[in-house]
Design a protein around this ligand. Structure first.
Ligand code: NAD
Length: 321
């Protein structure tokens, strides 16, 4: 049984490893070789914490396990990040615990890899301007991963708390991209690819602000009641997601579905595009949306990759129970 710490995950998992792991597991989900189990999420009545499990089994990758953790709003004052999680991997042949893997860094890289996979498969090849809506913890990971998918020439960004944009601007500078803070309408008018990664509960981007041909990765909405996009925008776009059941219940499409603007049969699993069973973008004018809701199988996929790489490098801690 291995222990793979947060630091080990950072040492062994790069963006390429995460991209490959996420692309493979999305493909397996669309082939029905991998499936997520129902999510459990509870307010535990202590420390204002939300705690839960995300779990699943990937028969193709032979990955069985769960991510356990949640949100502790008081952690920041203790010098810790508010989101805390740990992945447990089990041997699918015997049920024995195989590895305990730190889940905090992996959550950020797997979420960034999901939008990067969507950009790789759905954004126009000639996309030049990347629009970032949000500038929190995840946004930097998103920017770095997205920047590798197209020859972007510029980043335009908006955030609800404008003072947070400096940190995102520093990352853009580090990767050699000009960075401009803009209003949301301007962001829509300029961006070829938009990533939204906020904790908003109202539409931030309206349909009439978006150019034809834009690809939008909606990454912030992962809970009932959250929202980043105008439902009319969702209804006018071709919509892809990681998992349809999650998209319509707690993802970005929940509002368009509840308003009767779209039905679930108009939403495609991105795995079908990866597997070549859906052609993806059909024209340069089409607006494509990826609703990245975040599924347990993503966590298991990157945790399995981290364990494999940490064992190969001889840094995983081997203990017997
Ligand atoms: P964070 O707390 O570091 O940042 C929050 C971001 O939301 C900031 O940009 C902040 O300015 C913005 N924000 C806060 N209130 C807002 C409001 N009322 N309107 C608009 N923007 C507002 O959080 P983070 O770790 O960067 O996560 C961002 C979001 O992504 C969260 O909602 C989180 O739950 C979600 N998330 C999704 C996945 C996934 O797989 N889809 C994975 C991880 C996190």
């Amino acid at each position: 049984m291995y222990i793979v710490t947060e630091q080990m995950c950072q040492d062994v998992i790069g963006r390429d490893d995460a991209f490959t792991a996420i692309e493979e597991v999305f493909g397996a989900m669309a082939r029905k070789d991998a499936y997520n189990f129902p999510v459990i999420r509870e307010a535990i009545g202590h420390a204002d914490a939300l705690y839960g499990f995300k779990s699943g089994f990937d028969k193709a990758g032979l990955t069985l396990g769960l991510k356990s953790g949640g949100y502790w709003p008081g952690n920041m004052d203790k010098g810790l990040t508010n989101h805390q999680s740990t992945v447990f991997l089990f041997n699918p042949d015997t049920g024995q615990l195989q590895a305990l893997v730190g889940g905090n860094y992996l959550t950020a890289v797997r979420t960034a890899a999901a939008s990067a996979v969507s950009i790789a498969h759905l954004a126009r090849k000639d996309s030049k301007v990347l629009g970032m809506v949000g500038a929190g913890h995840q946004a930097g990971f998103q920017l770095r991963a997205a920047a590798e998918q197209r020859d972007f020439e510029k980043v335009v960004a908006w955030n609800y708390h404008p003072e947070m944009l400096d940190k995102l601007g520093a990352i853009a500078a580090e990767i050699g991209l000009p960075f401009e803070s803009v209003e949301r309408e301007q962001l829509g008018a300029q961006a070829d690819v938009i990533i939204s990664i906020t904790s908003a509960h109202d539409a931030l981007m309206m349909k009439e602000w978006i150019k034809p041909g834009t690809h939008i990765a909606c990454m912030g909405t992962d809970t009932v009641g959250k929202q980043e996009m105008d439902p009319q925008l969702i209804a006018s776009a071709t919509v892809f997601t990681d998992e349809i059941a999650q998209s319509i219940s707690l993802g970005e499409t929940q509002h368009a579905v509840a308003a009767g603007l779209i039905t679930q049969d108009q939403i495609t699993s991105i795995g079908h595009v990866i597997n070549g069973t859906h052609s993806g973008r059909s024209s340069d004018d089409e607006i494509t949306v990826f609703d990245g809701t975040g599924v347990g199988l993503q966590d298991l996929a990157v945790a399995a990759a981290a364990t494999r790489l940490a064992v190969e490098k001889g840094i995983a801690q081997d203990i017997s129970l």
